[in-house]
Design a protein around this ligand. Sequence first.
Ligand code: PMP
Length: 952
Amino acid sequence: MENYARFCKPLLTRALVSIGLDKTYHRASGNFLYYKDEQDQEIPVLDLLGGYGATLLGHNSLLIRERIKHYLDEEIPVHNQFSIRKPAAVLAERLNELLKEETATSGDFVFCFTSTGAESMEVALKSVEFTRNAELVALEQEVAQATAKINGESVIALTDEQCQQLQLEEKASAQDIQRALTAFNQSRLDSKPTFLALEHAFHGKMIVTANCTHGTMYRDYLKRLKINTYFLSTEKLSEFVEMGEKANDILNGWLWLPQEENDRIILTKKKFRTVAALLIEPVQGEGGVYPLSAEQVSGVNQLKQIIRCPIIADEVQAGSGRCGFLVASSDVGIHADYYVLSKALGGGYAKIGVVAIRQESFTPGFDLIQSSTFGEDDFSCRVALDYINLLHADQRQLLKQVTQLGEEFKVRLHALKEDYPDIIRDVRGKGLIWGVEFHDVDDSDSYILQNIAVQGSLGYIISGYLLCGSHIRVAPSGSAANVIRMEPSVFLELRDIVRFVDELAKVCLAIRHANAGFIVAPILGKLNQSTPADYRSREVGQQNGSAANYKAAFINHLISADWLREVDPSFSIFSDEELESFVESTSFNLATKPFKPARISSVNGQSVDFTLYPIPVTSKMIKAALAQNDLARLRHEIDVRIAQAVESGNTVVGLGMFTSIITNNGKSVKNNQIGITTGNALTVGIGIEALQRSTSHRDITQMRLAVIGGAGNIGRVYAEILGPQYQEMVLIGSNNQGSVRKLNEVKYHIYQYIYEQFIVNKQPLMGGLAQRIVDCLALMPDDDFISQFNEGKTSIGEAIDHYLVQHYPDQVFIHISQSISDIEHSDVIVCAANASEAFISVDQIKRDAIVCDISVPHNLSDDDLRNRPDIKILRGGIVQTPHHDSLDPRVRAYLGEGQLYACMTETILLALEQHKDNFSYGNISTHQVLDIMAIARKHHFTLSDIKENSSL
Ligand code: PMP
């Protein structure tokens, strides 16, 4: 598998792993493919996918195999290009005979052999353009001759419209007219051909065929190649048919042909074909298994008459017997000019395709320029002939069997739909190609199913369930992820159909019961109960029909995979390891649905609808991405969610948990149409309040405070707000260059603050550092100490520092350090260092200290702390909502009823205040903390609880 991922399909391998389809089959026989499990046991898998339609006879059909052995023993040529190739001729003759009979036509066909479906379609498209080109060359000559007749003596009668189109002056000479006319007509003749195809069409993945394929993922990236395709919905098709000749004017082209009339030359409109072909599949496979409806058939036949273009029937999947006919169009009533076959035509062994072109639509010369190394090879042609003969032997016995077996599918799948009309939207098919379309599950009570819907992976997850749980192989249609497609062999046994439908019924019940766990279990290697338990929520209706005043969005992620049990109760069957494996393997696709909003109200009655936009990755995964500096994908996911939040009318978005760190505190975010906040200001504010509450019974004016990471964004704010209240403070910084300078700046800033607040503004003093400093400064002999020390060179803070150092050398006020051991005698320690892992040893911490570790990842590990129960640990504060409003219980994590995290609260407060700009963005400041605290008080969001868990 590793090499397949490394050298062949890096992303696809991840997708296969995520849905349990990452099997390696070593053997194939009849209706079964075989892989070996971890115990080296051979596991037979019932193959209903059938090589996307290629194995109508099953795998390694004995009926063909004997013939192939014979060809190999006979040493028949394979590469004898540029000679008269008899097996190709014999196959063509037989196909001609059968096609004429089946399509009830008398004329012959010309056959062009290829190797694959897309190649065959590409050849068909080239052939129609070859023919159209021949028509245009003839027309070009006719126009050139007619235009050459214009000369100095010609009387040319032009209408105003013509003059305008040819951009001619009123007095234009015959020569001017001739030149303008030639240029005008040439540009029209040179215009691109149009290929008409139907909605849901799939015609291959080569350049032109991909452009004729409806699914945008196959062609969007090719748009600069500018192939002109027009996709017709059933309504558009009827509209064109109703228009009649007008449709011809719209879809096809015209030019001005000079004609002599009563001694004058006039210009008449000459129509010509720009539509190269109209492409159809009698049963659209890849697009979602849609048999052509009677309305479409009639529309296609009529449109062909109106616009006079050839029809190409793409029978690559539906033909060669899959629908009980050599070409399924014959049964549907489409009279095509081209029939294209491949896939099953090779009997499950050979790679062969063929384009059958009606003699009258074929332009000789195309055969001179079209060839391919493998096209017409003797081996493939002989195998295809054997296959075709087998299908038609005993009065088309096998073809009849296809239809009969198809009936069994039809009856049983329709009965299943009757039982589960709420789960199965439609059952469609013909012969042995069937599709079951599921209703969208984006409204399921299961949040995992909702996300599966958003990721467009329902059909894939069902395929994974069927393979891992029941050893049945199906796959969704590439362009219709809610449709699972079945293309079994004609030798499928009835009991296998019954087994398949029974298993599908379990899936339907699991979906009905909102039980995503039941569907995912086998993919994670877990045995299921026989029937899926019911996890539908008993909640009735919406809590509040009216709209909230404002909307706020919040981006979060999983703390760890085990939280999925809360988010989706059907996942409670899984162990932590299984959940981790689920999150890891499905991280291939990170799309999620926003969680249904929680209504949070202010005390003033205004309300906010608060919506979580989760990213389904764990903190651990984000830490790994951070360590590898591999953040582009996660940042992109954040940007996608912000764009969604803007579109849904949110005015502010909070970057929760690690999303603030990976966006560099919001700075990497690309969107500027919404206010962004990390919520850090209130997180710090509430944390300070929590710390103050924890120390309220002690006299902090006699205590020593240590702030680790004191020069950092958050540590600095803690130091500035708390420092003046303590007896002394140590600011500890890293060994990084510049750290001492930054720590000193914080120190000076605090001294300046104390000076302004307590000396200039004469605020009341409550002891502690502020009191001590004011007292020292009051003892100054000369009141004008600032000018003495400042001398225009230093700030007030620095001046005070110099003064204190000079006059009180034995006292500690604010101590600057780069050594963690300086926390030793501290009573209260704030940890706000930015480190990738815990680095502070509990041994260095004083007995009964209070430690506030708000850093993420933590500076102190939970494990170490367990050995020191005397230390009171604090991880910040939790907010109480004014009206006891809560998040949905499934996403509360550690929160109780009526509680929110501070970062969420800040987001909500900004929405309530209709704050339009970014708030906690990049570094935060002390005044921002004080401002948001004031706003919180205004709306009555208060400190509820002291956070002691590592809840993020
Ligand atoms: N046309 C149709 C209708 C098909 O179903 C397919 C294959 N799914 C193709 C063309 C392309 O065939 P291939 O994959 O052999 O190129």
